[in-house]
Ligand binder design. Structure first.
Ligand code: CMP
Length: 480
């Protein structure tokens, strides 16, 4: 591809040179005739304008020949420099050489053809010319000088991988011209970044002849051993193509993530410009290595803990509750199975010191056993609270409303942090069905408590206060 292109260029150059030289030769041979023709047309002889036109055409022809000559000189000079010293001069330097050499040649030709014009004065006195030129060339000159500073600093060279600017264009540098940096991205697009912009932006450079590191991420399940993972991945990566053997790849844990252990593998590609392919190859190698070693990639997982109301049997504290209930005197007649059934039905609640467990007058359909702590039974007397009883671990309360269906007869407050076991209507009914005698012993206790309450109130201890009355009330309520 390269040879035919340079041959074509050479043929084109020779043809252009031949045409220009021929045109110049012909013009110089007939310049007197051209001048006479022009004077004849203008109707004046001699005419200064005809003379100027002829000289301008000559200057134009010299300009073309001069340009071709400078290009030839350029190719010869830099070609030789490359052949002899292997110095590949940047495009910017070649362009500067062309511009300077051409300007010198042009000025020499100009002073030769127009000796009467003072060029120095023309440039220095023409302020308007300067302003126009300055404004017109503002960007171009900015790029030009930024290009020169890039060449002087040499922060990167052709072949390096660079990332430029906020848009993070990444690619291999192909050319640094007087106007722009040309990079070829990894999607084979060409991006041109004006030198003046590049001079203002941060540029990340990965030099071609430098070992630039790359980092690839992967993860494993928490059950996979890190020591094994690190060993397996390191061996898999170091054998992949384009991974430098000068530095051993590093595999390490990055994070203990939500789904698994997050790792990174750091390696040094021999040709950094091929890092996309190498990253992909490394991921592939890790997959196969995992397969052989029985390691697993982590995928999003969630462990769900479902918390249910504290049914005693599910709390793992079932035996303590069974023990507590069997120590309650009214439940003494129950068999072990019945007590354990009651324990399963019980729900545990914790109250802070001073909290109300039961409020007088509320409806109630459950009773409580003090599991841990202490409660106080209070009634209101003349608007002031009066303590009727203090109940400790193993005591029960709330049975009156449960067994009779009447509202709560007193307030019950926790004296310290207190845990109570709540037993509902259904569970008690099952107990009564199998233990009808229990109703009787309960009615005695309730009668005693009622008396305790009545002694402080104006209530008439009518039938419902006697144990017989209570017994029939319970039986009625439970349909026994
Ligand atoms: P209940 O009426 O459901 O709600 C308040 C509870 O306080 C009551 O059941 C009894 O369990 C309890 N209680 C009432 N009076 C006394 C007392 N004199 N001694 C012990 N406990 C009582």
């Amino acid at each position: 591809m390269v040879r035919p292109r340079s041959t074509n260029k050479l043929i084109l150059f020779l043809a252009a040179s031949a045409a220009a030289l021929l045109a110049a030769y012909l013009f110089w041979s007939f310049d007197a005739d051209v001048k006479a023709l022009l004077e004849h047309r203008m109707g004046a002889s001699p005419s200064p304008s005809a003379d100027t036109i002829v000289k301008a055409i000559k200057l134009f022809l010299i300009g073309i020949i001069g340009y071709l000559f400078v290009r030839a000189l350029n190719a010869l000079f830099f070609g030789l420099a490359y052949q002899l010293k292997r110095i590949d001069a940047p495009t910017l330097i070649r362009n500067i050489f062309t511009i300077v050499a051409f300007t010198i040649l042009f000025l020499i030709a100009f002073t030769f053809l127009f000796p009467e014009v003072n060029l120095g004065a023309l440039f220095t006195t023409s302020a308007i010319f300067g302003v126009i030129l300055g404004l017109a060339l503002q960007d171009t000159l900015g790029n030009f000088f930024a290009g020169i500073s890039l060449q002087a600093d040499r922060p990167f060279q052709v072949g390096d991988v660079i990332t430029v600017g906020a848009q993070r264009h990444t690619g291999v540098v192909e050319e640094i011209s007087w106007r722009a940096i040309k990079i070829r991205t990894f999607t084979n697009h060409v991006v041109l970044i004006a030198n003046s912009n590049a001079a203002k932006e941060p540029i990340e450079v990965c030099p071609r002849d430098n070992l630039n590191a790359r980092v690839v991420f992967f993860n494993t399940l928490y059950t996979d051993s890190p020591a094994k993972t690190i060993h397996v991945v390191r061996e898999a990566v170091r054998e992949a193509d384009n991974v430098s053997d000068k530095i051993t790849p590093i595999v390490r844990i990055r994070n203990l993530g939500d789904n698994g252990v997050d790792y990174e593998v750091k390696y040094w590609p021999e040709d950094y410009a091929k890092y996309n392919d190498t990253d992909a190859l490394i991921r592939q190698r890790i997959w196969y290595a995992f397969r052989r070693a029985g390691l697993n990639f982590a995928f999003p997982t969630r462990t769900l803990y479902v918390e249910r109301p504290s049914r005693i049997a599910r709390d793992g504290d079932g035996s303590a509750v069974v023990e507590r209930l069997s120590a309650v005197d009214i439940f003494a007649p129950l068999s072990a199975d019945e007590t354990s059934m009651l324990a399963q039905a019980a729900v545990r609640h914790v109250f802070a010191p001073g909290e109300t467990v039961i409020r007088a007058g509320d409806p109630g359909s459950s009773m409580f056993v003090v599991h841990k702590g202490k409660v106080r039974v209070q009634v209101s007397e003349n608007g002031r609270p009066r303590t009727v009883a203090t109940l400790n671990e193993g005591d029960f309360f709330g049975e009156m409303a449960l067994f009779t269906g009447e509202p709560r007869t007193a307030n019950v407050l926790a004296l310290e942090e207190t845990e109570v076991l709540e037993i509902g209507h259904a569970a008690m009914k099952r107990v009564f069905d199998t233990n009808p005698d229990l109703v009787e012993s309960l009615s005695f206790i309730m009668a005693e408590r009622r008396q305790g309450l009545a002694s402080h109130t104006e209530d008439d201890p009518a039938s419902t206060h006697s144990s017989a009355g209570i017994l029939s009330a319970i039986k009625r309520f439970f349909g026994i």
